[in-house]
Ligand binder design. Sequence first.
Ligand SMILES: NC(=O)c1ccc[n+]([C@@H]2O[C@H](COP(=O)([O-])OP(=O)(O)OC[C@H]3O[C@@H](n4cnc5c(N)ncnc54)[C@H](OP(=O)(O)O)[C@@H]3O)[C@@H](O)[C@H]2O)c1
Length: 225
Amino acid sequence: MNVLLTGASKGLGAALAAELARGGHRIVIVARHADELQRTAARIGAHALPADVGDKHAVHAIAGAAAALVGPIDVLIHNASTLGPTPLKLLLDTDCEDFEQVLQANLVGPFRLTKIVAGAMALRGSGLVVHVSSDAAVAAYPRWGAYGVSKAALDHLNRSWAVEVPGVKFISIDPGEMDTDMHAAAMPEADRKTLARPEDVARKIAKLIGDAERLESGARLTVAP
Ligand SMILES: NC(=O)c1ccc[n+]([C@@H]2O[C@H](COP(=O)([O-])OP(=O)(O)OC[C@H]3O[C@@H](n4cnc5c(N)ncnc54)[C@H](OP(=O)(O)O)[C@@H]3O)[C@@H](O)[C@H]2O)c1
């Protein structure tokens, strides 16, 4: 399969890219910081595409370059995500510009990229789009407002695509709490020993992707710890 995976220079994205590359798939990975992305790509045998998914001028280049590197995209995984500024702030203290920036990266960017990639999938009559969600999409936690709103909307975007685009499968996955830079930035006081390893979560997500035929389009899945 040809896979385009965003937010994959580190954390869950890098672990999932490595897992899928080991499975023999052709992988294109995206992140903003080119050096770290290139190092990850070289280590796991993927193609690196430095870009910001929240930049509306970047999405056509991402889709075009990815297809040029590996061929038509069979699986698009929206994993890139931002919390906004940390320490996380209460909504009343959140700048509108920061709220907007979180939505651009976590919601609008994935919408734009899916529009391009899933359009081609729909014409071919096959393809899978995965949205990486969070429990903050379902439960409201103080200070997680902007991020939680973006993930709740991403889940609903997933369901909405599913009812509008037959032939393409859309799923949303809550990966659970993992020991990554994002978690450390949000909750530096957390006991890292209680958190899942991104490699273990990646193995479970890769299995779900491999079994996607059996999944209902629009489903929201949780990776059990
Ligand atoms: N960690 C957890 O406990 C947890 C829990 C629930 C859900 N999640 C979700 O799981 C996914 C992975 O999280 P993680 O913890 O692995 O995060 P992470 O360690 O912070 O990694 C995030 C990755 O996304 C890239 N990225 C961020 N903003 C981007 C943008 N605008 N454009 C392109 N790439 C971007 C980062 O690289 P650059 O900075 O170089 O761009 C990095 O490669 C996210 O969707 C997150 O919301 C995580």
